[in-house]
Write a protein that binds this ligand. Structure first.
Ligand code: NAD
Length: 489
């Protein structure tokens, strides 16, 4: 058993603290947000993750996990994990001020010779920079990069059974000390230098985002050539060199990590003289999906007086209450700006969504959100939405447009029920008369108006940020994507 401290009790910090206690360590978790700290001490978790509350209550009871707002609480710790935010700065680079602040705060209380373990996703070179601080050198402390790869929604499971534990250290000895902490997990340990560990975290997230954007691009082609993107993804994913994960077409990726990490990686590249055309395209395709969804919904309701759109799902993905970077937010904002009444439901995320979307009428059950709706957007593929009573949905809604933003619903069935079913590149597009739409609008997801015809070409089928020659007008000299940030995504 080791004495450990974890700084930050968010999605990564709280899961890390609880899981480290579960594998036998004594953990002190430091959280500066007083409201969050009070809740944690009262046993009321500020975030929702399957299995987390059980671990937290088990280890607060057995004394292996405690919460404090005071850095003095780390005095006995041999290892201090940093799990504080690294949000996007205005220029797209990662803001490391929370990490540096945490390091500053912990140094006066740290045990000489202890190790700072950086779990936050930080720009390449951050751990080296911290290791070189005079105060760190004077305290004889070591700095190790240990990026976290857990996924929200399955965070506890991912921490307890990781694909690999990456340890970036300045020497094999330091790497081995940190590796020992994870011995109970029997996970593959990959020990590398600090910079490679930091870059690997960004590369992993950027590659996952790339796969989704790539398949979204394929979805437009599928729509244009009357193919089915789900079948294409299945076939491609059966190739063992490729694999099936992260090939689902739809509204695209969101969350607190992919958007900022793609931007931050571009920024790291630009600061080191490298261009990143792939990352730029990955981001732009993602933005296009949201714009396209908003335009399709506007097409469906524009002619209606006091139009109502219902959004099912506000979390950026199922099984989390996190709405940061969720496609649903940007689409809801765009609809509100166009004068649409937006009602929404989410099984977990209503409280968080309410904070950032005051104009949206958040309802406690999906049928209530669907009451009198002219169109429905499925924005998060919670299982319960597939299991809705669609006959009741048909009676509850005023209109019959369903935009399946996650290609998750049974489009054939919905078409048979008389819904006008739109998806992202699926062959089950349906205009409510049991007919597939006839016209494919320049490679953009086909959709049908009441007569089964595509009403409008969406921005000529080219990326919205490109000019008519398909050229991105702005040079992103600093490697960032200003257009996307301006859109507030
Ligand atoms: P979060 O916002 O959920 O939690 C961060 C917590 O740190 C908050 O509770 C905040 O109050 C606290 N905090 C901030 N400054 C502090 C300080 N000086 N001392 C003590 N507490 C402080 O963030 P998160 O989602 O857990 O992300 C943390 C880091 O982990 C980020 O760098 C992120 O990119 C990375 N990461 C996140 C995920 C994920 O799925 N969320 C996965 C892998 C890596």
């Amino acid at each position: 058993m080791a004495q450990l401290a974890v700084v930050g009790a968010g999605y990564v910090g709280l899961v890390t603290a609880a899981c480290l206690a579960e594998i036998g360590h004594q953990v002190t978790c430091i959280e500066v947000d007083e409201g969050r700290l009070c809740r944690l001490r009262a046993g009321d978790l500020p975030i929702r993750e399957p299995g987390l509350s059980q671990l937290v209550s088990k280890h607060t009871l057995d004394g292996n996990l405690r919460f404090t707002g005071e850095y003095a609480g780390i005095a006995a710790a041999g290892f201090v994990f940093i799990a504080v935010p690294t949000p996007s700065s205005k220029d797209g680079s990662a803001d490391t001020s929370y990490v540096l602040q945490a390091v500053d705060s912990l140094i006066p209380h740290a045990r000489p010779g202890s190790v700072i373990v950086i779990k936050s996703t930080v720009p390449v070179g951050t751990a080296d920079k911290i290791a070189g601080l005079a105060s760190i050198l004077a305290a004889g402390m070591e700095v190790v990069s240990n990026p976290e790869f857990l996924r929200q929604g399955t965070a506890v499971q991912d921490f307890m059974a990781p694909d690999r534990v990456v340890i970036g250290a300045s020497s094999p000895h330091e790497a081995a000390r940190v590796a020992d902490l994870y011995a109970a997990l029997e996970a593959p340990i990959v020990a590398v230098d600090r910079r490679s560990a930091e870059l690997a975290k960004y590369a992993a997230n950027a590659l996952l985002a790339t796969r989704i954007s790539f398949m979204n691009e394929i979805s437009h082609i599928a729509a244009a050539v009357h193919a089915d993107v789900d079948d294409v993804a299945r076939i491609v994913g059966l190739d063992r060199r490729i694999g099936p994960a992260f090939l689902k077409a739809g509204l695209g990726w969101g969350g607190s990590c992919f958007p900022k990490d793609v931007l931050a990686l571009s920024s790291v590249a630009a600061n080191n003289g490298c261009r990143t055309p792939i990352l730029q395209a990955v981001y732009e395709v993602n933005e296009l999906q949201r714009e396209l969804a908003a335009e399709l919904l506007m097409d469906a309701v524009r002619a209606i007086r006091d139009p109502v759109v219902a959004i099912l799902g506000l979390a950026f993905k199922p099984n989390t209450d996190d709405v940061r970077g969720s496609p649903a937010l940007g689409i809801a904002q765009r609809l509100l700006a166009e004068g649409v009444i937006v009602r929404a439901h989410d099984p977990f995320a209503l409280v968080n969504a309410n904070r950032v979307l005051p104009g949206v009428d958040c309802r406690p059950d999906p049928y209530s959100a669907l009451e009198g709706a002219d169109a429905l957007l499925l924005a998060t593929e919670w299982e319960e939405y597939s299991a809705l009573d669609w006959v009741l949905v048909r009676e509850t809604m005023r209109g019959k447009t369903v935009l399946d933003g996650r290609n998750a619903l049974n489009g054939v069935f919905l078409g048979e029920l008389g819904f006008r079913y739109w998806s992202f590149g699926r062959a089950t597009q349906n205009n409510g008369n049991g007919l597939a739409p006839k016209v494919h609008a320049n490679g953009v997801t086909p959709h049908a108006d009441e007569n089964g015809a595509s009403p409008k070409v969406h921005r000529n089928g080219v990326f919205p940020k490109m000019d008519m020659n398909g050229v991105v007008p702005k040079v992103h000299a600093n490697g960032t994507h200003p257009s996307i940030r301006e859109a507030g995504v």
